[in-house]
Write a protein that binds this ligand. Structure first.
Ligand code: NAD
Ligand code: WQD
Length: 363
């Protein structure tokens, strides 16, 4: 049972100071841990390392100058293991990053994607409810807008998911809305990220995917160091100025700052609020290639290949709602994203492989 509460079914609202982060070893999660530690939060981190490594905590602690706190290796679908963590710690709020996120893979492994993303979220919700924890920040995705056409998309754009990953995020949003309708105490801040990228400016934390990168920026970074020979550019026949697809790239530091700001806004009251997180500016694949070449001083050789199934020509955020409501605005541009990704890639050519684990071992 949650040690701070006598009745585990009782719900309560209080300013979060102890935050449970799922998927905290991952790309965005690890940067979020630094941001929250920097702002005085106590953290409990759970991750199954299916797309990350526990070595990242030593980096997080080095950057933040503080211990991460309690760390648990577990699968969020494992209700018993998750429940034991909530029994042990007085959790005020949860930031739920843990999910599978590769669009292409989701078309090949739909069951695994629904199981992890939807099943992981329902398991988490049932454990939160059983422990009277009712504040959740949820990682959603612009991919649920599908092929919504050009121009900045606001949150009222209908969801039209085109792959199981996007559909899984859509289902999670529906479930979260239902939970908020059913439980008037529950507060969900649902953040639809566009394309988070970049790295911590220290070069100690960044995107370190297992295997061949799916996402553009880590692939470009590996080509710029020579680890991979050439970048495949997926299509130059889109209806865009240079024919390559346009996305709204957002620095990971801006992304995680939005999560820290979100935690202050549980005080606004219960219910579900949905916000886009993006810069509001589109960059094509060729724009990213030239910005990276400029930042690194290295060429990024590429081949134009066919379109990637499921890709859409353009996704750009209208992120004015979150600016109006919370005052959050991204401050870092594409050049900063490339510069920081490049620094991380240079300092960690093999990602976190071989780097030290934190001395305090996982629970
Ligand atoms: P990531 O893969 O780097 O991080 C996810 C973390 O969750 C990893 O550490 C992984 O090991 C862990 N995890 C996966 N399944 C788990 C499970 N069943 N139990 C416990 N831990 C598990 O991904 P990321 O880029 O940091 O993304 C974080 C969140 O943001 C995800 O929910 C993703 O869908 C969402 N998102 C990411 C992007 C992006 O471009 N990176 C864009 C929109 C939304
Ligand atoms: C960006 C652009 C590719 C790799 C996905 C999800 C989105 C979010 C981010 C999770 C596209 C092109 C890529 C390569 C390329 N993730 N590209 N060569 O597909 O916009 O978004 O990841 O939620 O929700 O949908 O991101 O980085 O994979 O691709 O030409 O080797 O780069 O075609 O136009 P994407 P991405």
């Amino acid at each position: 049972m949650n040690p701070d509460r006598t009745d585990p079914r009782a719900t309560s609202r209080r300013a979060p100071s102890t935050v449970l982060v799922t998927g905290g070893a991952g790309f965005i999660g690890s940067h979020a841990c630094v941001e929250l530690l920097d702002h005085g939060y106590e953290l409990i981190v759970v991750d199954d390392y299916s797309n990350s490594a526990p070595q990242v905590y030593a980096r997080v602690e080095r950057v933040a100058g503080r211990f991460v706190g309690a760390v648990y290796e577990l699968d969020v679908r494992d209700r018993r293991a998750l429940s034991a963590v909530f029994d042990r710690h007085a959790v005020d709020a949860v930031v739920h990053f843990a999910a599978r996120k590769a669009v292409g893979e989701s078309t090949r492994m739909p069951v695994e994607y629904y199981d992890t993303n939807v099943g992981g979220t329902t398991a988490l919700l049932s454990v939160m409810q059983a422990h009277g924890v009712n504040q959740l920040v949820f990682s959603s995705s612009c991919s649920l807008y599908g092929d919504a056409g050009g121009g900045p998309l606001d949150e009222s754009t209908p969801a039209r998911p085109t792959n199981p990953y996007a559909a899984s995020k859509c289902l999670c949003e529906q479930i979260l809305a239902d939970v908020c309708r059913r439980n008037p105490e529950f507060a969900v801040l649902c953040l639809r990220y566009f394309n988070p990228t970049g790295a911590h400016p220290s070069g100690l934390l960044g995107e370190s995917p297992h295997g061949t990168p799916d996402n553009l920026m880590p692939y470009v970074a590996q080509v710029a160091t020579g680890r991979r020979k050439r970048l495949p550019v997926f299509g130059d026949d889109y209806p865009t100025p240079d024919g390559t697809a346009i996305r709204d790239y957002l620095h990971v530091m801006d992304t995680v700052e939005a999560h820290r700001v979100a935690l202050d806004h549980f005080a606004d009251g219960p219910g579900m609020r949905v916000f886009n997180l993006g810069v509001g500016r589109g960059s094509s694949v060729l724009d990213v290639i030239s910005a990276f070449a400029e930042a690194s001083g290295n060429p990024v050789p590429y081949d134009i290949v066919g379109r990637r199934p499921g890709d859409v020509p353009e996704l750009v955020a209208d992120a004015s709602a979150v600016a109006r409501s919370w005052g959050w605005r991204p401050t870092r541009d594409l050049a900063a994203m490339c510069r920081d990704s490049w620094r991380f890639q240079q300092l960690n050519p093999d990602g976190y492989a071989g780097s030290a684990r934190r001395p305090s071992t996982e629970e």
